[in-house]
Design a protein around this ligand. Sequence first.
Ligand code: URA
Length: 261
Amino acid sequence: MKLDRLLARHRRMGRVAARRALAAGRVRVDGVIVRDREREVDRFRAVLLDEVVVQGTEQARYLMCHKPAGWLSATSDPVHRTVLDLIDAPAREELHLVGRLDRASTGLILLTNDGRWSKAVLSAANKVPKVYLVETAEPIAQGAAEAFAAGFWFPTEQAFTLPAKLEITGDRNARVTLEEGRYHQIKRMFKRIGNRVTSLHRIRIGELDLPADLPEGAWRELTPEQVRLVTRASARFPAADTCNSSTPPNPSAPGHAACPC
Ligand code: URA
């Protein structure tokens, strides 16, 4: 939300008074005086008018989990165990999943309470790569990499898949990199070349690798640097150290890692 709008709602002070307060240098965002009424402020910014809190600091949270097979990528389900059931963190019900893995798939899955960040990770326009290790039932055909790069027409979505990278690493093994996430996408792509996926494991999102020491079913908080690694490749979601915000980068503030601008 724009800063003048947020202020205008505060005790119904209205837009005119809000803009005057901004021009007079009475407004601080994360401790820094801001005069720009157009400044976008998400709910993780602390906003003060003089010494009065207009918006407090809600902490942005970023987690990774090593999803085991058999757990559903959901926050609740009447039948199946869900990824959220694996997270024994306080206020876990405020978290949502950043994308999905099929129930049988394993590997890296992210959770957050920051909708802006999850949108940035998932938007195909941002080209955040997701890397998977795949095992197939049949030997992988010559020409499969070209087919993946050319894209497939998915009639259900009435869309072509974006170019995907297929690196054949063994007779029935490959590494696949996607920059989008359509329903059962890798399984459907292999089906189109007459093969079947028998195992699918996600090892990387953006530049963040699933840590070798994070066992199946375990989770941990992302460090600010890891939050940055996820979206670093995205031109539309710059890392904090490249953002144009006048707020000085503060790597110890979890929300800032995802850039406030
Ligand atoms: N593609 C699939 O088919 N399944 C997943 O879980 C992820 C990508």
